[in-house]
Write a protein that binds this ligand. Structure first.
Ligand code: COA
Length: 163
C-alpha cells in the first residue's frame, strides 16, 4: 500500500466529513463579500454554511471540491450545473457555474486556485457541459487577474442603480 505525499497539493471531491472545513473556508470569502456588498451578502454563519454544504455534497448537479496541502484543507470551489433549454431567441446552454472559490490567504499564489479550476473544468467536460462560467465583483481586481491567467474572458457586464 502506498502512502500519498502529505505535502503534495491534492484536490478531491468533497465528502460529508469535509462540510465543517468547507464552512470554515467559506467564512473567508463570505466575510469579503459581506464587507463589499453591505446588505446583500450576509455575515458568515458557519453553522448554516455547514448545513448548506452537507446538502451540496449530496447534490448531483453540484460540484464541490476541496484542496489539501500537507493534509490540511486550504481552499475549496463550489459550482452548480445550469441548463437553459432552447427558446426562440437562444440555443440550449449547459454550463458549470462557479458560485464560490477561495484559497486561505497564506496559501495563495502557490497553484491551489489553478488546481481547483482544473478539477472543475475536468468535471465540466466529464458531464458534457459546454462552458465554465462565473461572475466576480467589479472591485475584485486580484480575482480578475487570476481568472485572466486561467484563460477566462469577460462576456457580459451587469449594471445596477439603487432606489
Ligand atoms: C482568487 C484566488 C482563488 C486565487 O487562488 P490562488 O491559489 O492564489 O491562485 P494560483 O496560485 O493558482 O494562481 C494561478 C495564476 O493566477 C495568478 N494570480 C493569482 N492571484 C493573482 C493576483 N492577485 N494578481 C495577479 N495574478 C494572480 C498567479 O500568479 C498564477 O499565474 P501563473 O501561474 O500563470 O503565473 C485567491 O486569491 C482567493 O481565494 N481570493 C479571495 C477569494 C476570491 O476573490 N474569490 C473569487 C471571488 S469570485
Amino acid at each position: 500500500m502506498t502512502t500519498p505525499h502529505l505535502d503534495r497539493l491534492h484536490v478531491q471531491v468533497a465528502r460529508r466529513m469535509d462540510a465543517p472545513a468547507l464552512a470554515a473556508l467559506n467564512q473567508v470569502v463570505q466575510q469579503m463579500h459581506h464587507e463589499w456588498s453591505g446588505n446583500e451578502y450576509l455575515p458568515p454563519d458557519p453553522r448554516a454554511a455547514e448545513d448548506f454544504f452537507l446538502a451540496k455534497v449530496a447534490d448531483a448537479s453540484a460540484v464541490v471540491l476541496v484542496a489539501f496541502r500537507t493534509g490540511h484543507p486550504v481552499g475549496f470551489l463550489y459550482a452548480q450545473e445550469m441548463h437553459r433549454p432552447p427558446n426562440p431567441f437562444t440555443s440550449e446552454l449547459r454550463v458549470l457555474y462557479v458560485e464560490q472559490v477561495v484559497v486561505l490567504p497564506e496559501k495563495r499564489r502557490s497553484g491551489v486556485g489553478r488546481a481547483l479550476f482544473h478539477a472543475a473544468e475536468r468535471a465540466a467536460r466529464a458531464r458534457g457541459l459546454d462552458e465554465v462560467r462565473l461572475e466576480t465583483a467589479a472591485v475584485n481586481a486580484s480575482a480578475q487577474a487570476f481568472f485572466d491567467r486561467l484563460g477566462y474572458s469577460p462576456y457580459s457586464v451587469r449594471l445596477r442603480k439603487g432606489m
